[in-house]
Each structure stands twice: as structure tokens, then as C-alpha cells.
Ligand binder design. Sequence first.
Ligand code: HEM
Ligand code: HEM
Length: 158
Amino acid sequence: MSEFDLPPHERPERGPLKMPRYRLWTVFFVSFGVWLTGAVWLIYRYFLRTEGKFGQVRDPLEAWWLKAHGLFSFWTLWIFGLLWSVHVLRGWNARWQRWSGGWLVAFTFILAITGYMLYYVDNTQWRAGTSYVHWILGLIALAVFFCHWLSKALPKRP
Ligand code: HEM
Ligand code: HEM
């Protein structure tokens, strides 16, 4: 009898894909944290700057939100590494939720690369373009995360 003849909750690959509660909460906390700190920074950057005598004045908290975002972004990559073999590769090999999972991985890669570029690319035009790509994809990533989390797809037969 193949493992695909078993009901989904008894399939051997399900155990490691269904995360233990503490890991699930860490994934939620870190993913939501990186998203929220980025989104709050955007509010400070685009809506909470005021006109002062010598041009626009930044709220002092703006810089702190970016520092918090940097902290969460390191943490995101750590948890991504943790999920790589126990979740990502296993899910992929089980042909289970490949679309939403694959998109989530693609988003994570692009966010990590553009995040790196935001640190190290000096060219002003490139930096501005990278910033838009990074935060627009970043905002959308939350929807991809929810699609993946709430998707009730079953594994495909090989
Ligand atoms: C950035 C990468 C990923 C993250 C952060 C992530 C996160 C999650 C989360 C939070 C859940 C819900 C787990 C639960 O309710 O216990 C989940 C479920 C699942 N993920 Fe992923 N995932 C990622 C990539 C992938 C990939 C690439 C695949 C497969 C191709 C995959 C396949 C699955 C499957 C099959 C489930 C359902 C497990 C079940 O219902 O037992 N994931 N994922
Ligand atoms: C894998 C996930 C992510 C990583 C590794 C990451 C990494 C980074 C890094 C390294 C920076 C540069 C920080 C600095 O200049 O001091 C940055 C900036 C930023 N990130 Fe993310 N980030 C991620 C996800 C997100 C998400 C989900 C959002 C959603 C809104 C987001 C929004 C932003 C914004 C608005 C900035 C500031 C852009 C600018 O300086 O022009 N990031 N991110």
C-alpha cells in the first residue's frame, strides 16, 4: 500500500510539515514582526514627516522602526534556514502545496536580495528602485503567507 492511500493526517510526511506549536508561533511572530516593522516604517516615512524651517523633519522613531526591521529580518533568515530541510524540501518532495510554498520561498529570496542591496548599493537611483521593489513585494508577501497557511490542498500523487 502506498502512503498516498492513507488519509492525509496519517501520511508519514505530514508530521514534520505540521509544525510543533512553539515553532509555528515563532514563524508567526517573526514573519508578522518583519512585516509590521517594515509597514510602520513606511507610515513614518511617507505620512508622518512634517515641514520644518529647513525642509522635511523626520520623526525620531522612524530610524528605530528600521532598526527593529533589520533585527526581525536577520531572525526571518534564521527561521527560513530552520524550515529549509524540515519543511520546504519535504513539502516540495511530497508535491504538497508547491504553488503557495514555492511563491513564499521566491518572495523570501527576493526580499533577502533586495534587503542586502538596500544596505550596500550606493547608486541613488538603484537604491530608490530597489526600495520600491522591496517594500511592495514585502507588503504583498503577507497575503502569500496567508494563502499558504490557510490552503487545504492535499499532496499530489507522484
Ligand atoms: C518561506 C517558506 C515557508 C514558510 C514560512 C511556510 C510556513 C508554513 C506554515 C506556517 C504552515 C502552517 C503549519 C501548521 O498549521 O502547522 C505551513 C503549512 C504547510 N506548508 Fe509551508 N511554508 C514555507 C514553504 C513551504 C514549501 C516550499 C512547501 C512545499 C512545496 C510547503 C508545504 C506546506 C504544506 C504541505 C503545509 C500543510 C501541512 C499540513 O497541513 O499538515 N511550505 N507552511
Ligand atoms: C525576508 C524578509 C525581509 C528581509 C530579509 C528584509 C531585509 C531588509 C533590509 C536588510 C533592509 C535595509 C535596512 C536598512 O537600510 O537599514 C530593509 C528595508 C526595508 N524593508 Fe525589509 N526585509 C524583509 C521583509 C520586508 C517586508 C515583509 C516588508 C513589508 C513592508 C519590508 C519593508 C521594508 C522597508 C519599507 C524598508 C525600508 C526601505 C528603504 O530604506 O527605502 N521588508 N529590509
